[in-house]
Design a protein around this ligand. Sequence first.
Ligand SMILES: Cc1ncc(COP(=O)(O)O)c(C=O)c1O
Length: 450
Amino acid sequence: MNNCQERYSMIGQVKIKDVKSQDSKSQDDERQVPEIGAPTPANSAVTGGSPGDHRRRVHGGNIREAMERYGLSPGLGPGLGAVNIHDPGILDFSANINPLGLSRRVEAAIIENLPGITRYPDPECVELRRAIAEHLDISPANIIAGNGAVELVYLITKAARPRLAVVPCPTFSEYALAVESEGGAVKSVYLQPGRGFSIDVEEISSTLPGADILFICNPNNPTGNLWPREALLYIAGEAARTGTLVVVDEAFIDFIDDEKQGTVVGEVPRRKNLIVLRSMTKAFAMPGLRLGYAVCPSEMVQRLASLRDPWSVNSLAQVAGIEALRDRDYIMQTKELIRRERSFLYDGLASLPGVEAYRPEANFILARLVGSTTASATTAAAFTTATSTTTAAAPSAADLAGGLGRRGILIRDASSFDGLDETYFRVAVRTRPENERLLEALRDYLLTWM
Ligand SMILES: Cc1ncc(COP(=O)(O)O)c(C=O)c1O
């Protein structure tokens, strides 16, 4: 076993940094971990690791917050008040959830198993792990279920206690937040919009020496691109040499036409430094139930399980997960719908005045407002609070999100993503009538600024 392998495998038993051979120790001692706040190259930056750094936690899909912000009236569920916000009048493009809604089979399984909540859930999620193992053709010993994929992001980070993490940006913000919550520093490597936010394997590889962990989101949220598995495997190979753990988050891989092109899940049993995360909240439309899993070297499963509370995956989530994986029709219908609607929505967005859209491969689209326009005060007032201006800069994504939000259509102002500016927004791919409503509202809004 070489030094790198030893470091990874020991995550399963003791803290990763307590285990160093002579060689890896001297290598670590020589590491040039960038000083916090020191000047960094334009395409990367190091943050965190000190109490002064605070990232904002912003996510789509916060219906309660949106209702308050935009003055929308909630349709509350019977007797449950604000915890059961149920308003079909709101069109949510801000969270990337399967527009088919909950699978009928999953719904029936949840109802049937409701009486089971009087007992504790299986802390080891044995049946669920078996179902996932069968689905992926991987041993259950390599699988740990979580209360959403995000619980596993935090657990893995807690186990690895990284001093330095590499994160290609823009991406899902919780990787950096998790690293910083453990006192680690984050090196953001900025993907270039001019290159369609594509990954540069050499650039990422060059940042690995000194890094304990690398997070890669594939397909990437919010840019929507799928990085080829060959590129990821090359990076994982380089990371094995530098003693870097690679976490590939495949939360949106189920929405890809041919997920085999992108997934590296089958590689996990062959490598000691690779973890793949999957979410079941998006593809199976159950973000409120919370379910995700990690596929990782088997030694890590026990270690990760020991770091959290024993019942974090509730019994209904376990039942729902098993039934969801059995519902092949739903999975096929989802792929078909997303393929068709992604292309429809992309074409629609790209043809809007003042909008530039990035070609998507998942179930959401990143777009940008471009150019400067002249506003008509009377029409613009229908959407904004402007009353007298006749000339205006192009609206920001926040203006756009506000204008649509007040009409009950939620989009994601993407300016909070590290590496994007105030012109970026992201929309989920939904059903045809919903996508048409979005495009119509966007067109109306944008015309008021011309
Ligand atoms: C890339 C990515 N990974 C993980 C998650 C969290 O997934 P879950 O709901 O399973 O915790 C999200 C949520 O938006 C995400 O965008």
